[in-house]
Design a binder for this molecule. Structure first.
Ligand SMILES: O=C(O)CCC(=O)C(=O)O
Ligand SMILES: [Fe+2]
Length: 378
């Protein structure tokens, strides 16, 4: 990705935590081996255990320089530094359940003047760079001025990371057509993927205590996969099979990836959509604002939420025998819209710390969306 046009100083990183934390052990896929002879098959072999049992992994050597990644953090910072009145002008259209644009307390609670100090999360979402969306005119100056750079970044991620991972997933399932998932995530076809700049503002200690030391509670993501470019500020935790949360280390030079619900559904739930949450950072980092650059990937809107047929692996594992046939076909477009509607209607019930034991389901939030059970966790 040549010719980075820089308008801002790179956003400075912070030192890693020195606290002793219980870190999750995750595999790292070196994507530079993808095009070597036998490379993608070897990556599929390496990933097989993780996609079924863990749901989180790292990727490295994905064809972007650290400088290019850092610059995205600078853009994110510029967006959140805008006055609230300016950010509100670009507020997401929650009435049509769209995520694109700015979200935060001022958008979720438009009639409130003073927000609950617990609610410290702001996001800015940019959809795909296709003709289905209004383009740069719909965005504030830091996005407009960096439009070409953001577009190149998003498309590089799509082609270098997402498409390669989608091939690896098809190989894990031993599909004859290794492009099966790639075809269903065609960049130019309408889909509700987005690039998200996300900021968690540091809170006072009494507010953290009140929020049970959490920034957001346990959940699964709704799309196919989520990519997280991270600063060294720890916070993300994944629920392990033993019912305990482990911290997910921000590893320099990597992207953290997690599998989300739609990909899990397409695989007959063989791929694990992991429960994760965001804790208040460890003591040596909790005074820091925590900025992230994330990609939320979904299949194209016209794709059906149906289990891939003829996977030799799923046959051997007896997955097909466990499936219940859906009577009415569900498109990804409808599924995503219904999920986003559900989230917007319940946003703080979902993210605020719940009652009950850590790592357990929050029964009071159990819901059915488009005929599919959704759960949240403490
Ligand atoms: O900020 C993070 O590390 C994770 C965010 C997350 O889980 C989400 O936005 O769905
Ligand atoms: Fe998430």
């Amino acid at each position: 990705m040549a010719g980075l046009k820089k308008l801002y100083e790179p956003y400075s990183t912070t030192p890693e935590t020195t606290e002793k934390l219980d870190w999750a052990e995750l595999v790292n896929l070196d994507l530079s081996t993808f095009d070597q002879p036998g490379g993608k098959k070897a990556l599929a072999k390496q990933l097989k255990y993780a996609v079924h049992n863990v749901g989180f992994f790292y990727v490295s050597n994905f064809g972007l320089t650290q400088e290019e990644v850092d610059y995205q953090f600078s853009i994110g910072k510029k967006i959140f530094d805008l006055p609230l009145s300016e950010k509100k002008k670009y507020g997401a259209d929650t009435k049509s359940f769209s995520y694109n644009g700015y979200t935060g307390p001022a958008v979720y609670e438009p009639d409130v003047d003073v927000y609950d100090p617990k609610h410290n999360i702001q996001s800015y979402n940019i959809p795909k760079f296709t003709s289905h969306f209004p383009g740069k005119v719909a965005h504030p100056p830091p996005v407009q001025q960096n439009w070409d750079t953001i577009e190149r970044f998003a498309k590089t991620v799509h082609h270098n990371v997402i498409e390669r991972l989608l091939v690896i997933f098809a190989l894990v399932l031993e599909l004859e057509d290794e492009q099966y998932f790639v075809k269903r995530h065609d960049y130019e076809t309408r889909g509700e993927d987005h690039l998200r700049y996300m900021l968690y503002t540091a809170r006072d200690e009494d507010v953290n205590r009140d929020a049970q030391e959490l920034y957001s509670t346990g959940h699964t993501d709704l799309g196919s996969i989520t990519l997280l470019f991270r600063q060294p500020v720890a916070g993300l935790q994944v629920l392990n099979n033993d019912g305990k949360y482990r911290w997910v280390k921000p590893v320099p030079g990597t992207i953290t990836v997690n599998i989300a619900d739609t990909l899990s559904l397409l695989s007959g739930r063989y791929f694990k959509s992991s429960i994760h949450r965001v804790s208040v950072p460890p003591p040596d980092q909790r005074h820091l604002d925590r900025l992230g650059v994330l990609f939320f990937i979904r299949p194209n809107n016209d794709v059906l939420v149906e289990v891939v047929k003829d996977s030799p692996l799923l046959k051997r594992e007896g997955v097909y025998e466990t499936l219940e046939e859906r009577k009415d076909p569900l498109t990804v477009g409808t599924w995503v819209r219904e999920r986003q509607k559900h989230i917007f209607k319940n946003v703080y019930d979902i993210t605020d710390a719940g009652k009950g034991k850590e790592g357990q389901e929050r029964d009071e939030l159990e819901a059915e969306v488009a005929g599919i059970r959704i759960k949240y966790w403490n």
